[in-house]
Design a protein around this ligand. Structure first.
Ligand code: ADP
Length: 325
């Protein structure tokens, strides 16, 4: 946005972007004082602040309901009698939001890495301090180190997946992929985990194959993360089913379980990075809190989406839609 003011702070020129940022009609603003046109106190303060210097830059948070942040560049023009000051406004809201997200992400990653590492360090120190000769506990301590190292490994694999997804479309090889093959591979890959809990795991109602437009490995990761969660959170003797059908130009894949379900209040958040309904339970089950955010980003990278429907005690159904090839 650009606004030019005269020596009495009346508007000489305002472009549409400035009007949009500060909520006024530029055509109606000419020759009116800025103070009258916008009640945005922070901007007026920035202007006042800029007096006395030839050029000033300030970031201000607007008083509006969206808490927008704008950068205000105020330049005083001494050689120009009719225009005394030019304000250039940049909307920085999205930039600041992304910066905050990035900071939160780094803080979360550091925390998640630190927890298993601290355990590994503590067990290793205990072993070095003599427990290595303690026949009753030494194997248990080494097993703990192994388990925590596995957690670190899973976390790093998930972080690498996120990095790959974020690096954009070019990192995928999108082609026509057989859904039946991907589902079969997912079911055989997860069979041992399901058997261990006597959970029945099956694909249902798949009369013909469908070809979807996706990256083969990415599609397998989507299915795998959803089925892995379904088995993880479903108690013994439960049921996990994967089925698919066509809806218009999309293939709809549903992963349904008979587990504890997710309360309505948490549903909108489960696709966020590191979000877990029950942190301790997720960790105990070897979760990283990244699985569903990876599913969401992969589905979006393939021009599809993912959604969840659930009720407490009624299991959960995750639905992925992908374009047919
Ligand atoms: P995690 O590694 O913790 O499983 P995810 O991103 O895969 O991370 O899932 C986020 C959270 O969503 C989980 O911690 C869990 O609380 C909830 N969740 C995911 N899938 C299911 C499911 N099938 N049944 C119940 N809760 C689930």
């Amino acid at each position: 946005g650009v606004i030019a003011l005269d020596d009495r702070e009346r508007i000489v020129l305002a472009n549409p972007a400035a009007g949009q940022l500060l909520g006024f009609d530029p055509a109606d603003a000419i020759e009116r004082p800025l103070l009258e046109v916008t009640r945005n106190r922070p901007v007026l303060e920035a202007l006042a602040f800029s007096k006395g210097a030839s050029s000033q830059y300030m970031e201000v948070e607007l008083d509006d309901d969206q808490n927008r942040v704008i950068g205000v560049n105020a330049t005083l023009l001494s050689s120009e009698p009719s225009t005394r000051c030019i304000l250039v406004l940049h909307d920085l809201t999205e930039l600041r939001r992304l910066e905050t997200l990035r900071q939160e992400f780094v803080a979360n990653v550091s925390h998640e890495l630190k927890t298993p590492l601290s355990s590994i360090k503590a067990y290793a120190e205990t072993l070095l301090n003599g427990a290595i000769n303690d026949g009753e506990n030494n194997r248990r301590f080494v097993a703990e180190i192994d388990e925590q190292a596995e957690r670190l490994y899973e976390l790093i694999l998930d972080l690498l997946s996120i990095a790959r997804i974020e690096s954009g479309q070019q990192s995928f090889d999108i082609s026509a992929v057989s859904l039946v093959d991907a589902i079969d591979a997912c079911i055989s890959g997860n069979k041992a985990a399901a058997d261990a809990k006597e959970i029945s795991l099956a694909a249902q109602g798949a009369p013909v194959d469908l070809l979807v437009s996706a990256d083969d490995e990415g599609l397998r990761q989507i299915l795998n993360n959803l089925v892995d969660n379904a088995i993880k959170y479903t108690p013994h003797y439960g049921r996990v089913t994967v089925n698919f059908h066509v809806d218009g130009s999309a293939a709809v894949i549903e992963v349904r379980d008979t587990g504890p379900g997710i309360a309505a209040e948490f549903l909108p958040r489960v696709f966020e990075r590191f979000y877990r309904v029950d942190k301790a339970r997720s960790r105990e089950l070897g979760g990283t809190g990244l699985g569903l955010s990876i599913v969401k980003h992969l589905a979006q990278a393939f021009a599809g989406n993912v959604d969840v429907v659930s009720e407490i005690g009624e299991g959960a159904t995750f639905t992925v839609r992908l374009p047919l090839a």
